[in-house]
Design a protein. Structure first.
Length: 471
């Protein structure tokens, strides 16, 4: 029973290891070496020609210069690889050389095709650049007729060269020449129009047949508008120089029959008037400033009235007389609180007007400290003005909260806040932020609330004296 038990199992046959079947003979080994050579060439092609900075990333004429360099590198690479291979069968060497020849031919063919493609693109770009250059040069030297003629001739020669290079038929050549002339004269006439040059009209009349219908229509409208504006400008400039009264000017305008020209003349006269007023303000502002500096810096102040420029406005003359009188009587200028508050408010009512305002006459109504402070606001940048206006509105709300009615009280309240904020900046070497400013203002308000109304002025004077001692 024991023997039968074991006999019931079938013993699996274990194969005998045949070492001879595992071995690769020399002939097969040579074939693997040939395949490896082919793989190495393919890998070189991918890594050297198709890489990010490889041959196929080179553009234009540079390809022609780099082609021999890359081809030699390829030949040297294949030759080196073949020299490193040891073949068992001498005939395999011939196969390797044959692979070298075929691979070189195939890769060089593709490289040559790429070279021709790039050279063609480069050639086309050169032609296009030459055409653009001929038009640009004519535009830049549009006042020189000889350069215009030369530029036109050069552009035509480029078109002819392109026709020869690309074997255009006669129809294409004629079309391209017509297209170029349209481009040339369109750009030239538009340049004259842009410069408001009357040559635009002369060139348009002479060369309009070379223009396309679309360009001709556009330029024709521009020429008409230019003609109206040139006539209107010259007429209005002469008319403005006569300094006619309104009625006299209207009489002259009624003589203009062309309504478009008449409308344009009216607009130019308005523009001239606005421009004249602006320039007059600038001149008077400079003149007034210089006159003030002359008076303020006088050494012999008893002669100050002699230095007043009486060609300036009555307001400026009055301000200078007021200033001189105060200096002679008191040696200092005391701030007119009402004028200070009005000027201070004007900063925030219209900041753009304020920064253009001539503040010189306020030398007669503000202390030097107040004048310099207000004057400094004219140099504030827009982004800083936003924060300043926020501070002003907050201060105004607190003035209302404290029910300050008197100009002296409002003035003193504002000056205490400004002085406290400046003291913070000086002590901490930095600007006070919104939170700090609000704390300063709230602290001053609490001090105000602790005093009765009759002592507010004394409080302000005391605060002012403290500031003077610090200075």
């Amino acid at each position: 029973m024991q023997n039968n038990k074991f006999n019931s199992f079938s013993m699996r046959q274990i194969p005998v290891y045949d070492k001879k079947e595992e071995e690769i003979d020399d002939n097969n080994l040579d074939k693997i070496k040939i395949l490896n050579l082919s793989n190495s060439i393919d890998k070189w092609e991918q890594e050297i020609l198709f890489s990010d900075k490889g041959f196929y990333t080179i553009k234009g004429i540079d390809v022609k210069e780099k082609l021999p360099e890359f081809q030699k590198e390829l030949e040297d690479f294949i030759s080196l690889k073949i020299s490193e291979i040891s073949f068992s069968n001498i005939s395999m060497k011939e196969i390797a050389l044959d692979i070298k020849t075929k691979k070189l031919e195939a890769i060089k063919k593709q490289m040559k095709l790429y070279e021709q493609e790039q050279l063609k693109e480069w050639e086309n770009q050169v032609f296009e650049d030459a055409i653009v250059s001929s038009v640009s040069r004519a535009v830049l030297y549009k006042e020189d007729d000889n350069i215009i003629k030369t530029s036109l001739y050069n552009g035509i020669q480029v078109i002819i060269a392109m026709a020869q290079s690309e074997n255009w038929n006669s129809k294409i050549k004629i079309f391209k020449l017509k297209e170029f002339k349209n481009r040339f004269y369109t750009e030239l006439i538009k340049a004259f129009i842009k410069d408001k040059n009357v040559k635009a009209y002369a060139f348009f009349e002479k060369y309009k047949d070379f223009l396309s219908d679309v360009d001709k229509k556009e330029i024709e409208n521009s020429i008409k508008e230019l003609k109206v504006n040139i006539i209107a400008y010259n007429y209005s400039k002469e008319l403005f120089s006569y300094k006619f009264s309104v009625s006299e000017q209207e009489k002259e305008l009624s003589n203009i029959k062309d309504k478009e020209i008449q409308k344009a003349v009216r607009q130019y006269l308005t523009d001239f008037k606005v421009s004249e007023e602006k320039q007059k303000k600038v001149n008077n502002k400079t003149k007034n400033f210089n006159n003030w500096q002359e008076i303020i810096n006088l050494e012999e102040f008893d002669k100050a009235y002699l230095y007043i420029d009486y060609s300036l406005s009555d307001e400026s003359i009055k301000a200078k007389k007021n200033y001189i009188k105060q200096i002679q009587n008191n040696e200092i200028i005391t701030t007119d609180k009402n004028k200070f508050l009005m000027l201070f408010s004007s900063i925030f009512e219209n900041f753009n007007d304020f920064i253009q305002k001539d503040l010189s006459d306020y030398n007669a109504y503000l202390s030097k400290e107040d004048f310099d402070m207000i004057k400094a606001y004219q140099s504030i940048k827009d982004k800083d003005f936003i924060a300043l206006k926020s501070d002003y509105l907050y201060i105004q709300s607190k003035i209302d909260e404290l029910n300050l009615k008197d100009d002296d009280e409002k003035y003193n309240f504002i000056k205490i806040i400004i002085s406290s904020v400046n003291n913070y900046k000086e002590a901490n070497k930095k600007e006070a932020d919104i939170e700090v400013k609000n704390k300063i203002i709230d602290s001053i308000i609490q001090r105000y609330k602790k005093t009765d109304k009759t002592s507010k002025k004394a409080f302000a004077q005391e605060d002012s004296k403290t500031k003077e001692k610090k200075e």
